[in-house]
Design a protein around this ligand. Structure first.
Ligand SMILES: [Zn+2]
Length: 319
């Protein structure tokens, strides 16, 4: 009842909190991004070491080979704290590889082996499908590659798909010994950077397809690269997306931008952690949140949200 009356109020006053969408602003195609997310879910969970993981990785490489100017694969094995050996791959697709001025976009392509936030205790040992947490960022980058293939960017663009982000235990970034077997691919990439690689800025796109998308600024990003945060949020505002990209700091997230920041790269995290089952916008700490649950499925994400984020991402490298 309360929800219904709030909805009515929002409709009457026009003060709706979710973006009123008026169609694409760029050549980016949100429907394609959603289709690429769906294609990944067809492989099943993409847990490092699984068949679905290997096949999805092969598929991303094949997608990039048909779109980008060059594709590099970093392959290595990681031995976990429990002694398991994981075959991992980072995939780097470059547009205009000879251009000095570059922008780095990254996302993780693996999915979490355990639904440890699921309300159903019996589900917590099962792997998630990762529609939003995994597939959405990959769908975004592949659809961006579609657009960049048709119209090359003004700068060099590197699309980085990192592996092993979500495998283990997130504890405390201040004490790295407590973070076990997470952010593995971004740490590997950061540890093998060419000294001459200095992108003008970078953006990590993570969990960006929630149907009720509201993206607040992330605290580590604001601290490490405030000018990049300002640039991204200003671009969103210019495109008319001020209700989605809200210029306020809300959360601090341990994510793949941190290993790169630590190597001196100016990389921010664009993420919406309020992934709510009821379409709400403020559930990070409660049971409505679908993050790391079996309910992170394709019906919870939208082409419209991908369109908004894709318009921003494409505009940043083409305007
Ligand atoms: Zn995750």
């Amino acid at each position: 009842m309360l929800d219904a009356s709030l909805l009515l109020w929002a409709t009457l006053t026009g003060c709706d909190t979710v973006e009123r969408f008026r169609g694409p602003k760029t050549a980016f195609i949100g429907d394609s991004a959603l289709a690429y997310a769906r294609a990944q879910l067809a492989f099943g969970p993409r847990v490092p070491g699984s068949t679905g993981h290997r096949r999805a990785g092969d598929w991303i490489i094949a997608q990039m080979r048909t779109r980008s100017d060059s594709v590099e694969v970093q392959a290595w094995t990681h031995v976990t704290t429990k002694g398991d050996t994981l075959p991992l791959r980072n995939i780097i697709a470059r547009f205009r590889p000879g251009v000095q001025q570059r922008v780095l976009y990254l996302t993780h392509w693996d999915t979490r082996p355990t639904a440890d936030q699921d309300r159903n205790l019996g589900a917590r040992q099962r792997p998630i499908l990762g529609a939003n947490d995994g597939a959405s960022g990959v769908g975004l980058l592949i659809a961006l590659a579609d657009a960049l293939k048709k119209t090359p960017p003004n700068v060099g663009v590197d699309l980085l798909f990192v592996d092993g982000e979500d495998y283990g235990v997130f504890e405390d970034w201040a004490d790295t010994t407590k973070n076990k077997d997470v952010l593995i691919g971004s740490q590997h990439f950061a540890n093998h950077l060419s000294p001459s690689y200095k992108p003008i800025f970078g953006v990590l796109w993570d969990m960006i397809a929630d149907r009720s998308l509201q993206i607040y600024q992330e605290a580590h990003s604001v601290e490490a690269a405030p000018e990049v945060v300002a640039r991204v949020w200003a671009t969103a505002k210019e495109l008319g997306y001020a209700k989605t990209f809200i210029p306020e700091v809300k959360t601090q997230v341990t994510d793949d931008h941190l290993p790169l920041i630590r190597k001196g790269l100016r990389v921010i995290d664009v993420i919406d952690l309020d992934y709510c089952s009821d379409g709400g916008i403020n559930c990070e700490q409660d049971e409505r949140n679908l993050h790391h649950t079996l309910q992170d499925t394709i019906d919870k994400i939208s082409a419209q949200s991908l369109q908004i984020v894709g318009d921003v991402a494409l505009t940043l490298v083409t305007k």
